[in-house]
Design a protein around this ligand. Structure first.
Ligand code: CA
Length: 230
C-alpha cells in the first residue's frame, strides 16, 4: 500500500489542520470528520485505511466510536488524546485501538505512528492461514509450537511462548496489561500484573540477547507492543 487514505477525526480545528497539513506534505490522502457520528459515517462510506481519532469529541465518546468501527472493521485506529490519564488510553486500547498519541505531539511522532500502522495493515492482511510469523531474526512457528532466533530454537517456558504468540499475532499493536493477563491467566489481579512483568522480562532476555534488535517495546502503565521490522 503506497498511499493509504487516512481518516482524521478531531473537533479542534487547530489540531486537525496540523495533522492534515502534515499528511498532505507527506503525500498521504485524507478525509476529515469533526464529530463521532461523522467519523462512523466516513469510516463506512469512504473506506479509509487508517484512522486518527481524538478521544474527546462533542457528540460521542471516542471509545464508543472505536467499538462501533470494530464491529465491522480491523482498520488500524490511532487514538489522539489530550488527556494525560493512562486510563483513557487503556480503555481505548481495550476497545480495539491499535496505538495512541498524546497531545501535544510532534510531526515526527505522528509520521512514525503512521508507518507502524501501515506495517500493521500488512500483518492483518497476511494473518489468515499464516502458520509461521517472521520478524527480523525472530521466527514463531505456530503449527509446531516453537520459536527460534537466528535459526536456533528458543527454550521458552509455556507462559513465555504464549506471551510471544499474543504479541506476534498483533505485531504493531499496543496490547494492554489487562488484555495480556486475561488471555494468559483468565484474570487481571495485581498479582497477575506482577507475574506478567516477570515473564515479560525473562522472555525479552531470551529474544533480545546478543541482538541489537529490540522486539518488544514497553509502554509504562499501559502495556507492550511487538515492533515489526520493515
Ligand atoms: Ca477534542
Amino acid at each position: 500500500m503506497n498511499n493509504p487514505k487516512i481518516l482524521v477525526v478531531e473537533d479542534d480545528s487547530t489540531v486537525r489542520n496540523l495533522i492534515t497539513t502534515t499528511l498532505k506534505s507527506n503525500n498521504y490522502a485524507y478525509i476529515t470528520a469533526p464529530t463521532g457520528e461523522a467519523a462512523i459515517a466516513a469510516a463506512t462510506t469512504q473506506q479509509p485505511d487508517i484512522v486518527f481519532l481524538d478521544l474527546g469529541l462533542p457528540d460521542l465518546d471516542g471509545v464508543e466510536v472505536i467499538k462501533r468501527i470494530r464491529s465491522w472493521s480491523q482498520m488500524p485506529i490511532i487514538v489522539i488524546s489530550a488527556r494525560s490519564e493512562d486510563g483513557d488510553k487503556v480503555a481505548a486500547l481495550d476497545a480495539g485501538a491499535d496505538d495512541y498519541l498524546t497531545k501535544p505531539f510532534s510531526v515526527t511522532e505522528l509520521l512514525a505512528r503512521l508507518r507502524v500502522a501501515q506495517r500493521r495493515i500488512a500483518t492483518i492482511e497476511s494473518k489468515p492461514g499464516d502458520s509461521v510469523f517472521r520478524n527480523g531474526k525472530l521466527t514463531v512457528d505456530y503449527a509446531a509450537g516453537c520459536a527460534s532466533l537466528n535459526g536456533e530454537e528458543l527454550k521458552l517456558t509455556p507462559t513465555e511462548y504464549k506471551l510471544l504468540c499474543l504479541l506476534a499475532k498483533d505485531a504493531g499493536k499496543v496490547l494492554t496489561h489487562t488484555y495480556l493477563t486475561n488471555k494468559i491467566w483468565g484474570s487481571s489481579w495485581e498479582s497477575d500484573m506482577a507475574s506478567l512483568r516477570v515473564h515479560m522480562a525473562t522472555l525479552r532476555k531470551k529474544i533480545e540477547k546478543d541482538s541489537d534488535t529490540q522486539y518488544i517495546q514497553t509502554h509504562i502503565g499501559i502495556g507492550y507492543r511487538m515492533l515489526k521490522s520493515e
